[in-house]
Design a protein around this ligand. Structure first.
Ligand code: NAG
Length: 273
């Protein structure tokens, strides 16, 4: 049995924080839905229960996505005074004939197709988790229990989309790491240029390590105005960023996703006789 891990935090850390990982998260939920329907039938499924089978990716996205039809605070109006409805994301830009079950296994390609719509990962929790007693989140135990159910029915537990669940969860966690590295780099550049607009930032290409090379940056700009007196502050930048509210939220989301991904390797529970 798994502890009560949930994916709630994935959904609450803001639209932009989810931009890169949102597409993998929605594929993840889609896979969990398929997995549950396969193992427990339509009645046992708890993901987007309002989308009746066959709930293909198009139907699923339309069911669970938050589509903005208004650009900015006020609805835009055309020259004839009529309201212009925009669709953000605009699912008409997606070629859904491509997004078959097989194609969705290539997360990179599927993600690019979803990107065409401007999808940012905004989901309607009420539609996604409608009637879920635990609230607006996906307990990992649901995935685990479903896998046990398949196992106990003598079905292949890693067949029915379990591998795809693990892959999309890993992709979402990795995308968040990239996101974090990007945010940190932007914040570092902004801070340095604030000190002296001629400072040059030295980047590394690592993702799991800070993407900025602090010591090289300090060396490169040695002697420039403002460097000597800010050196220590610059040295502390990554540490401070990691410990800021935004940093901590983001790192917690990565950790939760990775933890959930790792927990999906546990042995099966006991089958009822
Ligand atoms: C900041 O967080 C990143 C991501 O977890 C980590 O790789 C890095 O070592 C941390 N750096 C510091 C100075 O805490």
């Amino acid at each position: 049995m798994l502890p009560f891990w949930t994916l709630a935090i994935l959904l609450v850390t803001g639209a932009f924080a989810n931009k890169e990982s949102g597409k993998y998260q929605v594929i993840l939920y889609y896979r969990v839905r398929q997995f549950m329907v396969n193992a427990l039938g339509e009645g046992g499924n708890r993901i987007a229960p309002g989308c009746k089978s066959p709930c293909d990716m198009e139907a699923f996205l339309n069911e669970v996505s938050n589509v903005n039809t208004c650009d900015g605070k006020k609805p835009a109006t055309g020259p004839d005074g009529k309201r212009i409805l925009i669709n953000d994301p605009d699912f008409k830009k997606i070629d859904f004939s491509k997004l078959t079950d097989d194609y969705l296994k290539d997360l990179n390609a599927a993600g690019k197709e979803l990107d065409k719509s401007g999808f940012k990962g905004l989901l309607l929790n009420g539609k996604l988790f409608n009637g879920w007693s635990g609230g607006n989140s996906l307990p990992a135990s649901a995935i685990d229990d479903t896998r046990d159910a398949l196992h106990c029915q003598g079905k292949d537990p890693s067949g029915g989309h379990f591998d795809e669940i693990k892959d999309s969860l890993q992709a979402a966690a990795d995308a968040r790491r990239i996101n974090y590295a990007d945010y940190l780099t932007e914040a570092f550049k902004k801070e340095l240029l604030r000190l002296n607009k001629d400072f040059e930032v030295v980047l590394t290409d690592a993702i799991s390590h800070p993407p900025v090379d602090i010591e090289e940056t300090i060396k490169k700009n040695a002697g420039e105005k403002g460097m000597a007196k800010n050196e220590e502050k610059i040295r502390q930048f990554v540490n401070n960023y990691n410990n800021s509210k935004k940093g901590l939220n983001h790192l917690a989301a990565i950790q939760e996703m990775q933890g959930l991904r790792n927990k999906l390797e546990l042995p099966f529970g006991q089958c009822k006789q």
